[in-house]
Design a protein around this ligand. Structure first.
Ligand code: ZN
Length: 181
């Protein structure tokens, strides 16, 4: 596992997940007494003077509980595939995962970014046909509008597999509750 990329799930005082942070931030919250560690990855970061177990889940010890769910589905090829039901969003053809490409609705050459609300699943022929044009210019009306999926809206699968699809560490799952179950 890559220590540099590990993240920590942060719960509010009422055990509601509120955000994900880089683990070093979670360690400093714990260090100053603002958070307690609930789960560890079983990995240790070493400095010359100390060893720090890397936290997987921490809980705020201060502040009012925030009843807001902000753990977002991270953009990834797999999450996009699931959001768009494995279908090309131009011709509607069902695609094998390996052959699915993603189309930038506003082309990259015009400043379109690789974000949830600008990317649709597409087959290669549609993607090439559309090229660096807007859908109207290419006369290709998408079947859906690109939207950020609601947290937990990606269809459920086996827990471990789901965690992989969503880039969620398995240690977080018990704290994420029903939306991911
Ligand atoms: Zn297509």
């Amino acid at each position: 596992m890559d220590l540099l990329s590990l993240q920590t799930l942060v719960l509010d005082r009422g055990f509601i997940p509120i955000r994900r942070v880089h683990w070093t931030r979670a360690v400093s919250m714990w260090w100053v007494g603002r958070a307690e560690v609930l789960e560890e990855y079983g990995l240790v970061a070493r400095s010359p003077s100390m060893e720090i177990p890397i936290p997987a889940v921490v809980r705020h010890l201060r502040g009012e509980p925030r009843r807001r769910w902000t753990v977002e589905v991270r953009f990834s090829r797999r999450a996009l595939f699931l959001r768009d039901g494995g279908r090309c969003q131009y011709c509607g053809r069902k695609l094998p995962f390996q052959l699915a490409t993603h189309d930038h609705v506003v082309p990259r050459s015009r400043g379109g970014q690789t974000v949830w609300d600008n990317v649709l699943l597409a087959c290669l022929p549609c993607n090439q046909r559309k090229g660096a044009r807007m859908p109207e210019e290419a006369r290709m009306k998408p079947l859906s509008l690109p939207r950020r999926p609601k947290p937990g809206s990606i269809p459920a699968g086996p827990r471990g597999e789901e965690a992989q699809l969503l880039d969620i560490p398995p240690l977080w799952l018990p704290y994420l509750g029903r939306p991911l179950a």
